[in-house]
Design a protein around this ligand. Structure first.
Ligand SMILES: [Fe+2]
Length: 393
């Protein structure tokens, strides 16, 4: 997606000789999508990015998943997964299909250098702070930030501060991008978009480190993991430009649509990717039709599994059903769900026509177009009594 940016030192044209002040040739690297017929970036390295010393196998964390059979809704408590570790080697699989893998990690130490060459990754910071160091530069991120990491971008996640870094990680099989309907033909964010260029933070200056040679990079690919050892550190880029780069977006900057009556999740959509979408459920004005029903009714999403990650406990009419901070409610495609026991009555009784209040919710929703399978971490943190929340509704 993103629009053109230029950072650091660049020659006046693409693919021309470009030298350091000492007269040494910089090494140009082009990172491009779709056979270089789509978005790309050109980076200028101090050293050749192709100098690989050795290649070894990297045994990934448990990637096994099993079908959601029998087809049941699930309530997961990700805070039960508080085992520490780093954002790459310690991530634990919650759910997966052929389009994405959703993992969770509580990171308390820097990750190794990492690149995912099978698809973009979308980090969501539930809490804590981090420096996301990349070949393009550094992103400082904190609670409620999304980080879009294009595939193949070498990076590492360094927690900073006292609080552990809690991450929900979506590994896509393709590009994570802005919904096309928010953009003009030329890629400018349109007026109706709930966020725009000014909300996106990208690396603002080059990031060059001196940490010696023989540097390991952990590579995620379609068939598993591989560890490359590079002769030189990949963080040696003096400049780059293009429309492909990592960026951060604070969910709190998402401007929600509001309406007199209930709005569908599409109005909260933040990203699209092959096989799934991501929505930002942020605080928004409640419905204000005189006869509004201020909770979503029963619904049957026939195509999509809905994974809703709650960064704060559900409040208001939805309180009291165990949806705590860090909970995930998982409603599989075709499973009819809606207000839990007592929610509808509480919401309608509390509704005051003519009074516009705020619905205070913070959650990230991932809607997939293929069924999700269950990962080991989901089984490790599941509340087995979720179904009962609808009894007597
Ligand atoms: Fe739903």
């Amino acid at each position: 997606m993103p629009f053109y940016r230029a950072v650091g030192a660049l020659p006046p044209k693409r693919h021309v000789q470009f030298r350091s002040p000492e007269g040494r040739l910089y090494r140009e690297e082009e990172i491009g999508k779709e056979g270089f017929s789509s978005d790309f970036a050109i980076l200028y390295h101090n050293n050749a990015p192709t100098d690989v010393v050795s290649i070894d196998t990297w045994e990934l964390p448990d990637q096994e998943s099993r079908p959601n059979n029998p087809l049941v809704p699930r309530l997961l408590y990700t805070h039960k997964l508080d085992q520490g570790g780093d954002a790459v080697l310690s991530r634990r699989l919650l759910a997966a299909n052929s389009d994405l893998r959703v993992s969770y990690v509580v990171a308390d130490r820097p990750s190794p250098l990492y690149r995912n060459v099978s698809g973009d990754e979308l980090y969501f910071v539930e809490s804590g702070q981090a420096r996301v160091e990349t070949v393009f530069g550094v992103l400082e991120v904190g609670a409620l930030d999304f980080v879009v990491m294009p595939r193949a971008v070498i990076h590492r996640v360094v927690p900073v501060g006292e609080e552990p870094l809690r991450l929900l990680i979506s590994e896509a099989r393709g590009s994570v991008r802005t919904p096309r309907r928010y953009l003009s033909d030329q890629g400018q964010f349109l007026e109706h978009s709930p966020y725009n260029e000014r909300d996106l933070r990208a690396p603002a200056e080059p990031f060059v480190v001196d940490e010696g040679g023989d540097v390991d990079v952990y590579v995620r690919h379609r068939h598993g993991g591989t560890r490359y050892t590079y002769a030189n550190h990949p963080f040696d880029v003096v400049g780059w430009d293009g429309c492909l780069y990592p960026y951060a977006f604070d969910m709190a900057e998402f401007q929600p649509y509001t309406n007199r009556l209930h709005q569908p999740p599409t109005n909260f959509q933040a990203f699209e990717a092959p096989g799934f979408v991501v929505c930002a459920a942020v605080p928004h004005a409640t419905e204000y039709h005189p006869d509004a029903v201020p909770v979503p009714g029963a619904h049957t999403n026939v195509d999509s599994d809905e994974l809703l990650f709650w960064t704060e406990a559900a409040g208001g009419a939805r309180s009291g059903h165990g949806i705590n901070a860090g909970a995930i409610t998982w409603h599989p495609g075709g499973f009819t769900h809606g207000p839990r026991a007592g929610e509808l009555e509480r919401a309608v009784a509390a509704y005051q026509p003519g009074v516009i209040e705020m619905r205070d919710m913070w959650a990230v929703m991932i809607d997939t177009f293929q069924p999700l399978e269950v990962g080991e971490a989901a089984l490790a943190c599941e509340n087995g009594s979720y179904l009962s929340s609808w009894r007597g509704a």
